[in-house]
Design a protein around this ligand. Structure first.
Ligand code: TRH
Length: 401
């Protein structure tokens, strides 16, 4: 693994935090990996240091410039500012079409050779991505070409973010029950709790959490639900009968809910590895759940006109189709979790009753879901990792200049 910075390779990554943690979560993960595994001098430009600090406590929210884990972090406070060619990185990445400062783009056009300019796009399993991955787009006025780079689930996309040591770390952690128990004990999990089905819960506020809590509480198997502070706050508050602050817990029937603090990214992986079933959301935690190789349920980021239902359908088509009969229960659960109906199904008049049926159906296919999760992880692994794929593509563009 490279640890020294190679000053001849510089990279600037621009991240606008639109909402939530996913944008900075993905960019921070990518920045660290480029620095630590590829020795690249990375500058991460980010507009929202507060959100960044929630998942990376070392971040100083008052600093215009700082070094964090070997990455130069710059507060991207405005679109103004003049830049010289010497300020421009050899590889410039804008995350998700964020508009990088016009002064920076103007200086890019003055560089010789001109930098490689990539737009790192959002994650979707839809087929059109393969046709758009690596497409060029010429700047309307300046002699610059930007290329689109799409993460994805097939060999014809950029793949998924995965650190090279991740798999070894996961195996070491999961083969050490004492380490797992000690990790969970930090959040108040007791030895008695450990016998329950351990579930992590990360979702958007509109997920039907209250209904699922009801099904879990009345279910046949003890469930321990670990939920980060601020997630599903209304349903968690109602279940606890108290403010859902980190450390709060309550049991009712077969269900125990424990509220966790929001943990740094490496600990979030450990949480996924330690649980038997993970509810994840957005674009980054869903990928981490896939590397965890455990059954998971995805709460997809909502979009206008229910576009996200199409994206979820495209993912389920790839993911659960090989599960045969087990697919029905997994898909029905995932679709209903996202407010969509499985094909041919009617919404029952009583949502709570629906969840009391959906949950045992999912429970019954958990062994099949677990083996599918392990198989999928290997399938995704075969596509390489996004950071290496991106650098390979950048090198090919450099050679072509
Ligand atoms: O926060 P998100 O909802 O982010 C979303 C998506 O990325 C979506 O596609 C994007 O368009 C939207 O924001 C604006 O969910 P996501 O992507 O899972 O990101 C959460 C990040 O927070 C991820 O990097 C994991 C991290 N995390 C921690 O580090 N600690 C924690 O305790 C938790 C719960 C999450």
């Amino acid at each position: 693994m490279a640890t020294e910075t190679n000053p001849s390779t510089t990279l600037a990554l621009f991240c606008k935090v639109v909402d939530n943690y996913g944008d900075i979560g993905i960019c921070w993960r990518l920045a660290r990996q480029l620095r630590h595994e590829h020795g690249i001098a990375v500058t991460l430009w980010v507009d929202d240091l507060q959100t960044f600090q929630r998942i990376c406590p070392e971040v100083d929210t008052a600093a215009a410039q700082q070094q964090v884990a070997g990455v130069a972090v710059r507060h991207w406070a405005s679109q103004d500012g003049a830049f010289a060619p010497a300020d421009i990185a050899a590889i410039v990445i804008e995350f998700f079409g964020c508009d990088i400062p016009p002064g920076y783009i103007a200086a890019m056009a003055q560089c010789t050779p001109r930098p490689v300019w990539l737009n790192l796009e959002g994650l979707t399993a839809e087929e059109w991505v393969e046709g758009c991955h690596t497409l060029p787009s010429s700047h309307p006025r300046l002699p610059l070409t930007k290329h689109f780079f799409f993460p994805g689930f097939t060999a014809k996309t950029g793949g998924l973010l995965r650190e090279s040591a991740l798999e070894a770390q996961r195996i070491a952690f999961q083969s050490d029950p004492a380490a797992m128990a000690a990790f969970l004990a930090r959040f108040g999990v007791t030895p008695a709790d450990m016998a329950a089905l351990k579930v992590s819960l990360f979702c958007y506020p509109h997920a039907p959490v209250a209904e699922l809590f009801g099904a879990w509480a009345q279910g046949s198997e003890p469930v321990l639900c670990l939920v980060p502070e601020g997630v599903a706050a209304d349903a968690v508050r109602a279940f606890l009968g108290a403010e859902p602050a980190a450390g709060a817990a309550r049991s009712s029937g077969a269900l125990t809910v424990r509220v966790l603090p929001l943990v740094p990214q490496p600990d979030y992986d450990k949480l996924l590895w330690a649980c038997d079933l993970n509810f994840v959301r957005g674009e980054d935690s869903v990928v981490r759940a896939q590397w965890a190789g455990k059954p998971f349920v995805w709460h997809i980021y909502p979009q206008d006109e229910n576009l996200h239902h199409k994206k979820l359908g495209a993912f389920l088509q790839r993911y659960s189709e090989p599960m045969g009969e087990g697919r029905r229960a997994l898909d029905a659960f995932a679709l209903r979790w996202n407010g969509a109906l499985p094909p041919g199904a009617d919404s029952g008049p009583d949502a709570a009753a629906d969840w009391r049926a959906l949950w045992p159906a999912l429970q019954a296919v958990m062994p099949a879901a677990a083996s599918r999760a392990a198989e999928w992880r290997q399938q995704m692994d075969a596509h390489g990792d996004l950071a290496s794929n991106l650098l390979r593509f950048a090198a090919s563009l450099k050679r072509a200049k």
